[in-house]
Design a protein around this ligand. Structure first.
Ligand code: ZN
Length: 253
């Protein structure tokens, strides 16, 4: 299993990171992508990726729009250059739009500049998209990214999902799928072919609905796989095989 989105570099894991990675390996979780969120966090993220043999992406999250966007993008560009031959660097992100948190037009500007970098470096993008699908879809249609990317933590309906897919994007499915009231996402998983989905947790965020106060970890991946298997009426082996293939293809792991 590959967790395509887990912030295991964050402080929430400082006390037991080694034990967590041991437990993950024991449960067949072989690989993780650590998404970038801000320049201040990149050094720790790369350090953790090296130490625990993970992949990472570099980018600026829409919650952390910097005061000087141009300077931050220049710094990102320099980092991308520096790591362009490093096999652990697999994407740009996470970047995107979030109408519920820290919303301003600067999120649009910051995203545009990161999509330009994705074009220049020919890397896929990891997108954070909350309540801003129309704006995001319009922008993505303008950029036509060769490598596409993933809309992580996808929660939308089949129509929105199909529009992302038509622009070369996959949809990241996490613990929300376990919630019986997440009807839109569950219908999307039923309706769209398996080749459009990726497995993720967004740890330490987005714990399952039945453990709302707990810290999320990649150890819940088997539950997510079982739920997708149930919805698709297929075996977990079959689900895992396709989801792994999707991750390997998109991120060229
Ligand atoms: Zn994230």
């Amino acid at each position: 299993m590959i967790d395509t989105h887990a912030h295991l570099d964050m402080a929430e894991f400082d006390n037991d990171r080694t034990q967590l990675f041991d437990a993950m390996h024991e449960s067949g979780i072989t690989s993780v992508i650590l998404p970038g969120v801000s320049a201040e966090k990149w050094p720790q993220q790369i350090h953790i990726a090296d130490k625990f043999d993970c992949y990472f992406s570099l980018g600026i999250h829409p919650w952390f729009v910097p005061d000087d966007i141009n300077a931050a993008i220049m710094k990102l560009d320099t980092m991308l250059q520096q790591y362009s031959n490093n096999k652990r660097l697999v994407a740009i992100g996470e970047c995107g739009l979030d109408k519920l948190h820290h919303w301003s037009d600067n999120q649009l500007l910051l995203l545009e500049k990161q999509l330009l970098l994705a074009q220049n470096y020919q890397l896929p993008v990891i997108l954070h998209a909350v309540k801003a699908h129309q704006q995001l879809l319009t922008m993505l249609a303008r950029f036509k990214l060769i490598k596409g990317g993933v809309v992580h933590g996808f929660y939308g309906n089949s129509d929105i999902a199909k529009r992302y897919v038509s622009l070369g994007f996959k949809l990241g499915v996490g613990a929300l799928i376990l919630n019986p009231s997440a009807k839109k996402l569950r219908e999307t998983v039923v309706n769209l072919p398996l080749e459009h989905f990726l497995l993720e947790t967004d740890s330490p965020s987005m714990p399952p609905f039945d453990q709302p106060k707990s810290r999320n970890t990649p150890l819940i991946l088997p539950r997510i796989v079982s739920e997708i298997a149930f919805l698709k009426k297929k075996t977990t082996v079959c689900i895992l095989e396709q989801l792994n293939k999707n991750a390997l293809q998109l991120f060229e792991l």
